[in-house]
Ligand binder design. Sequence first.
Ligand SMILES: *Cc1c(COP(=O)(O)O)cnc(C)c1O
Length: 230
Amino acid sequence: MDPEAVAAHLADVLGRIRAAEDRFGREAGSVALVAVSKRQGAALIRAAAKAGQRAFGESYVQEALAKQAELADLALEWHFIGRIQANKTRPIAESFAWVHSLCDAQHARRLDAQRPAHLPPLNACIQVNVSGEASKEGLAPGAVPDLIAACAPLTRLRLCGLMALPAPADEEAAQRLPLRALRELRDRLATPQCPLPVLSMGMSDDLEAAIAEGATLVRIGTAVFGPRPV
Ligand SMILES: *Cc1c(COP(=O)(O)O)cnc(C)c1O
């Protein structure tokens, strides 16, 4: 995509979010946008930032660090949404504000230990496999309580909620089922000590369904930046 076109696409996506908030009785402004910039160049991120977007999602650590260095003059909020490898927890702890793809207690303890003291705690969501396919990352719903318990004593990692990356479906009704499952899991597991307010769900093709089911944060790539270069 031409950087000139990013502002219009971003405005379209924000319009879709506002319309869905309205349509599904959600409070205006209750759904945050993370613009997923994985495999897109720094020029497009800069264009989106110029149009007012602040939160960006990245899936690959090395690629993200290179773009962060190029964009260091901007005050951006970086979200790690990719698969976590144990040997990459340090750069995630040092260079991101959020991690959405937590699936492992050992990773949680490493991120907590490696979070630099001068930064606020690292915000985290547990990724849950709500569609039950072998190919997708994420914890089985039944394993989530143990990971919540493992995070409870950590002071440098703040568990904020749950994330899902469901299998694609065409119909809004079908899209809603796994998203509803994530919300219901959150509702069952939330406690006063750990209220899990964040539901990180919704992408370019299912953001309306996600907002209908209670998403508080949508992760949108293609609709903001166009198709990813292959
Ligand atoms: C790539 C990606 C997205 C964005 O998907 P689009 O369909 O391009 O909006 C969202 N979440 C995760 C975890 C991703 O890897």
